[in-house]
Design a protein around this ligand. Structure first.
Ligand code: E4P
Length: 232
């Protein structure tokens, strides 16, 4: 399972990219709206893409099919590798079909049920984003939905990639991998939490202290033999 960062924050993206764990980035209008409004939007997205390389999902904001298709062309005119994020609506599915005919890849977003995922696959989506956290937030079971989607994909042999999205904690990452998602897109906080373990920190601290003690002992012995030589 590949890892994407779900963010539009350059600092977070730069840091996570420097860890060498990322294959891509997903953005959405809410994430972009949290950032500096004085940034040129296209320059901002290009910088995000430069930092991570690989996949970049950019979402349309039109709600009608022709508006979505127009925006998609505008996005790829600025970032030719962009995958167009399209909402799971009837108009969105018509846009996916049209963009697929033109070989423009799409990531269908805001998927909350296996039935929606099935429809998006049939419209020709390249990626389907299953929102785990938001389902959990309303008392449903996001991982159960992802599991069903993964089972359907296995049986049907769909080659549409499954993205586990709206992740809230590292166990979402682990379970998404166990269930067979192709990609997990996680906020910086979740990637950072997944990186950390108190036993790693304690273990490293002990290794470094032990090695420092060894070096001190070696230095003490060297000093001792120099003093011995000098006293002969
Ligand atoms: C997916 O691509 C979305 O950007 C994202 O995962 C939304 O998650 P949220 O529920 O944390 O807003």
């Amino acid at each position: 399972m590949r890892l994407f960062i779900d963010s539009a924050n350059l600092e977070e993206i730069r840091t996570a990219a420097s860890w060498g764990i990322l294959s891509g980035v997903t953005t959405n209008p809410t994430l972009l709206a949290k950032e500096d409004p004085t940034l040129d939007p296209w320059e901002h997205l290009r910088e995000i893409h430069r930092l991570v390389g690989g996949h970049i999902s950019v979402e349309v904001t039109a709600t009608d099919t022709s508006g979505m298709v127009r925006e998609a062309y505008e996005i790829v005119s600025h970032i030719s590798e962009a995958v167009i994020k399209i909402p799971m609506t009837p108009e969105g599915m018509a846009a996916v079909r049209e963009l697929t005919r033109e070989n423009i890849p799409t990531n269908v977003t805001l998927i909350f049920s296996p039935a929606q995922a099935l429809l998006a696959a049939n419209a020709g989506a390249s990626f389907v984003s299953i929102f785990l956290g938001r389902l959990d937030d309303v008392g449903s079971d996001g991982l159960r939905v992802l599991e069903t989607v993964c089972d359907i994909w296995d049986r049907q042999g769909f080659d549409v990639e499954i993205i586990a999205a709206s992740l809230r904690h590292p166990m979402h990452l682990v379970e998404a991998a166990r269930l067979g998602a192709d990609i997990a897109t996680a906020p910086f906080r979740v990637l950072h939490q997944a990186m950390k373990h108190p036993l790693t920190d304690l273990g490293l601290q002990a290794f470094l202290e032990d090695y420092r003690r060894l070096q001190e002992e070696q230095a003490r012995r060297r000093q001792l033999s120099l003093t011995e030589v000098a006293s002969r």
